[in-house]
Design a protein around this ligand. Sequence first.
Ligand code: KIV
Ligand code: ZN
Length: 512
Amino acid sequence: MKKIQIFDTTLRDGEQTAGVSFNLQEKVQMAQQLEKLGVDVMEAGFPIASPGDFECVRTIAQTVKNSSVTGLARCVEADIQRAYDAVKVGVSPQIHTFLATSPIHREFKLKMSQAEVLASIEHHVRYAKQFVDMVQFSPEDATRTEPEFLVRAIQTAINAGARVINVPDTVGFTNPKEFGELFAYLRTEVQGFEDVIFSSHCHDDLGMSVANSLAAIENGASRIECTINGIGERAGNTALEEIAVALHIRKDHYQAETNIVLNQLKQTSDLVSRMSGMAVPRNKAIIGGNAYAHQSGIHQDGFLKNPSTYEIITPELVGVSKSSLVLGKLSGRHALFTRLEEIGFLIEPAEQSAIFSRFKQLADVKKEVSDEDLRAMMSGHLYQDEDFCQLKSLDVHYNSATQQLAEVTITTETGVDIKGSATGAGSIEAVYNVIDQLMGEEVTLTDYRIQSITPGMDAQAEVHALISATDGSTYHGVGIDHDVLNASARAYLQAFSKRRIATKKSKSEVEA
Ligand code: KIV
Ligand code: ZN
């Protein structure tokens, strides 16, 4: 079996999804889950982009011990230096530098000749090499680059010391036949192809990123760049879960394996979906809500006779549990912490009391507490940030014939309670009008989404709110509660809190 390395870029390319931005706490939490999932390398961010990005990459490099951490850098000395400063604390740091090679990028974006591009690659790969051995070079827009020039660019990078060559289909333009042929061509034309790691990085503009990545593997790639749930720039990137499970289920064909712990996929997907605010479509392969649901009579009949008639992947394989153990308000600490451990949360003794009392509150309003509820409760628990404003109380007066009235009390990050009231055409609008007043800043609600965590009348609501400030920056908040108005208020308040933290931070950075 050939080993395929998984390079996860959820925290970098994934964060380039329109409307998505992660704060430090969220990134660290996702990085820890990615480590548990078994990714070989994680790209934690683009350190030169902002002090916040730098801090995220540095903290993740410090925290993660079982995956390499890398940072992105343009072919610019300051970028590479900054990337190194961020990753150097890690156990096996890497630097990922890139430069576009296609004619359209050379002419219109870079205004560089072929010779200048080659000189820059040579110089910057060598420059990065003085800091770390694992230097990765990506010829951006490789699939629209003249093949002969692509070989020269890659050869230049290898000769300058690059240990990994990543071939990006930056605009999602290629197809599996072409991309496979491109790897086959590179394999014959590039000297030392076998001595470096060849990797693919595909975007999903034409819906072919997973198929393209698999074609790359069939033609010599030994590393795949991907993101959880396929989030990323425009139509997104190759979905990690699809690659990992395709290689596993079809190992007869691909003769390849990864280090991914498959039963961590569902949990990782849920976490990224919750933190990014990007819902997973029900029909999404591997982790979609319907991926293991059999609807038609013929299918159900076959499935009951023998599941493999219609099921090539068992839900358990990817961590979609069909647990028979349902917790409720009579469940004790032992049952709770055993179940949490089974679904991947090992709780430190110091944290157990707080988590148990949260569970009791939940079990008071929800008869049966499922694994999904527990996961939501845990992400809510980890989301409790002392810097965030907290919802203290909410009072809504609903009258179908008139405007709605909401009264809200918020405990601010300094511990002071502030209270206000406002009306609105609907209950949520009234609540949001009060929060606007109390927060004292004009923002636009650019997205609002509500979903239930489980089926049933007593289901908890999960609300996502995306706000954009007048300076164009966007902030995402999530609120989970058995009551939709409470969940809505929490989501909006969390988005505002992130805004306040970000502006406070940038003010102190300016002052410093
Ligand atoms: O899509 C792309 O080309 C990239 C590179 C930076 C690898 O994300
Ligand atoms: Zn990309």
